[in-house]
Design a protein around this ligand. Structure first.
Ligand SMILES: C[S@@+](CC[C@H](N)C(=O)[O-])C[C@H]1O[C@@H](n2cnc3c(N)ncnc32)[C@H](O)[C@@H]1O
Length: 397
């Protein structure tokens, strides 16, 4: 109950916690630890669990926790159902229509019974909804999956990650050897990334281009690029982010820096989007080559997370050497944090970068510390619309 009255600033009563001396942190920690150990002993006891199951309120809590644990235990099954739906083209087929099981079976190339079984599973996972007896349409999540090819491509490429982490204990022991993801992200191998060729760069560059849409929307909603005259996207891939910035701000001058094999691909993509005239492409290695200094904002989108701290310091050190004082630096990538989205991102990306053998999902504070160590000033967090997609840090050269 709100005893102080809604809207009123309740004053702490005399003798309340705020009048007390600060508790000794060590003693408090010991008390909390003892309480947790006691609680764990109760939960481990079958007699306690039997008691809880007879008390309505506690039973609700216990069942919720049991469901969470079961969801965690069976997550790999959910993933494979989703993966099958993507691979069979279910989301594109159902996009904007209602179809029967038989129609879906013929379009997906499945027999009617396996199709119905998969649709029932997709219904349970809220990927589709029922539109009457034996008729189906997309749910909210299914609609997003149908609309976002990048998301579907990400799900497809998870087959590699799935194989890389198949032997879970070896994986977490660090006994993984040469993983598929390490092959895929060719620039994390060796110290001459500028030598990778188009065949190595094309698959990851296409994935990055396709998966940029939601991220670009999130960044553009969180940072005002209209304050700049020019933007250089470092490690800009095929230019999908730059294309989104350019489309939103038609008077911005655009620049893109990436490995030679990737700037070739970027040239084609930006020409197709009618943006090549406004954009200058720079090919090189961002850890050591000259970075053009004329623009007033540079962006690092999904870049620092790919690299271990020593290479991040080389990237930032090289930028600091070449950029002119006052240049704004915007870092956008998934960051670990307390929100549910940031926590989900950290679980996923920590596993992903471990499989890739390079990089990590850092907290905002860790990224700001690396920026400060490299000489950048006034590093600050800018809130983003969706911490699951990206965090944002802005600093000045
Ligand atoms: C994870 S992708 C991100 C691409 C793009 N920023 C995006 O978010 O879609 C990393 C990019 O950094 C580029 N890259 C990696 N190492 C590089 C280096 N040493 N010098 C220049 N670019 C590099 C890759 O070619 C790739 O395009």
């Amino acid at each position: 109950m709100d005893s102080g009255g809604r809207g009123l600033q309740a004053r702490p009563p005399v003798g309340s916690a705020s009048d007390m001396p600060e508790p000794d942190q060590g003693a408090l920690r010991a008390l909390l630890t003892a309480a947790r150990l006691w609680r764990n002993r109760q939960i481990a006891s079958p007699r306690f669990r039997a008691l809880v199951s007879r008390l309505p309120l506690l039973r609700i809590i216990a069942n919720r926790k049991a469901n969470q644990l079961f969801r965690l235990t069976t997550g790999f099954v959910h993933t494979q159902i989703l993966s099958a739906c993507v691979r069979l083209g279910l989301f594109e087929i159902l996009d904007g229509r209602v179809l029967s099981t038989a129609a879906l079976a013929s379009r997906c190339g499945l027999g009617p019974d396996p199709m119905r079984r998969l649709l029932d599973q997709a219904l349970r996972l809220e990927l589709v909804v029922s539109a009457g007896p034996d008729r189906w349409m997309l749910s909210d999540a299914g609609t997003v999956l149908a609309a976002d090819r990048g998301l579907r491509e990400m799900i497809r490429h998870h087959d590699m990650l799935y194989r890389d982490i198949g032997d879970a204990s070896a994986f977490w022991r660090g006994d993984v050897g040469e993983t598929e993801l390490r092959q895929y992200w060719a620039y994390v191998r060796g110290d001459k990334p500028a030598e990778i060729d188009n065949a190595q760069a094309a698959p990851y560059s296409a994935l990055m281009r396709e998966s940029q849409a939601m991220l670009a929307d999130c960044i553009l909603a969180s940072h005002d690029f209209s304050q700049y005259g020019s933007v250089l996207d470092i490690g800009g891939g095929e230019g999908a982010f730059l294309g989104a910035v350019g489309a939103r701000h038609p008077s911005l001058k655009l620049g893109l820096f990436d490995l030679p094999a990737v700037t070739d691909l970027a040239g084609r993509h930006l020409r197709d989007r009618g943006l090549l005239d406004r954009c200058t492409l720079y090919a090189g290695d961002f850890t050591r080559d000259l970075i053009p200094a004329e623009q007033d904002c540079v962006t690092l989108v999904r870049i620092l997370c790919d690299h271990d701290d020593d290479r991040v310091l080389k990237i930032l050190g090289n930028l600091h050497t070449h950029l002119k004082p006052g240049t704004r630096l915007v870092v956008a990538e998934a960051m670990a944090g307390a929100s549910e989205g940031a926590n989900l991102a950290a679980i996923y990306f920590t596993t992903y970068f471990t499989a890739m053998g390079s990089g990590r999902c850092r907290t905002e504070a860790e990224i700001m510390a690396l920026l400060t160590r490299s000489g950048f000033q006034n590093a600050r967090v800018a809130a983003t619309a969706n911490p699951l997609l990206a965090g944002l840090i802005v600093a000045s050269r």
